[in-house]
Ligand binder design. Structure first.
Ligand SMILES: [Zn+2]
Length: 227
């Protein structure tokens, strides 16, 4: 009888120790970052996060450069685009975090100083590549993962990037005359709203009551204009 009692007691203690060890192991080991089904989407979101992070900071710098060149209308557009890109960067970050991972900001290397005209040409090319090659792939992947919520946010990004291209092209078409030069056009639009939720840009006089993408009220839009 003693043997049986001792046997059960030993078995009980061994089981408790084993369970405790398994529990501790679970606590100490890092968690899997996300469900395996999200892995491919996550990888693409990390890439996009780094692109938008760099873009928003560089566009901001270029706006300062445009102001220094007396291209104030161009600077207003660049600031509005930088803000829109910053919001896209935040959307990518939130998407990564909602899938259980951490977004790591890239280091920004010094780049050569380009003229506003060169910068705009480069940005148009980058945005066209992003819209034609990368974004459709990421959105496709998210839809096949059945992650429609994040796919929709990146569709905003896709649509906004197209509008950025139009604005940058408008800058290209004869708008590199400094604003204080006698030949400068007086009728150009110089005020833009940016939706703080999805980054949608709208010329001030055309702004609808709510953002057409995400229904954020116009009263919350951020205004960019030349003082
Ligand atoms: Zn919006």
């Amino acid at each position: 009888m003693n043997y049986i009692r001792r046997f059960f007691l030993t078995a009980l203690i061994s089981c408790s120790l084993l369970l405790g060890w398994v529990y501790l192991l679970g606590e100490l080991m890092p968690e899997e970052p996300a469900e395996p089904m999200w892995q491919e989407s996550l990888r693409q979101l990390h890439d996009l996060y780094r692109v938008t992070y760099r873009q928003s900071r560089m566009t901001q710098q270029q706006a300062t450069q445009a102001d220094a060149d007396s291209l104030h209308s161009v600077a207003v557009i660049m600031r509005a685009i930088a803000e829109s890109e910053r919001i896209h960067c935040r959307i990518c970050q939130q998407a990564i975090e909602s899938l259980g991972d951490n977004a790591v900001a890239p280091t920004i290397s010094e780049t050569e100083v380009l003229t506003s005209e060169q910068v705009i040409q480069q940005k148009i090319a980058q945005k066209q590549t992003l819209n034609q090659e990368h974004l459709p792939q990421v959105i496709e992947q998210l839809l096949s993962d059945n992650n429609r919520y994040i796919a929709r946010m990146l569709t905003w990004y896709n649509a906004n990037n197209n509008y950025h291209i139009l604005l940058l092209k408008a800058c290209q078409e004869g708008n590199f005359t400094p604003d204080d030069a006698p030949a400068a056009k007086k009728d150009r639009t110089t005020a833009y709203y940016v939706c703080p939720t999805c980054g949608h840009i709208e010329a001030m006089e055309l702004a609808p009551y709510c953002c057409p993408h995400c229904m954020t009220s116009r009263s919350k839009f951020v205004l960019f204009k030349h003082p």
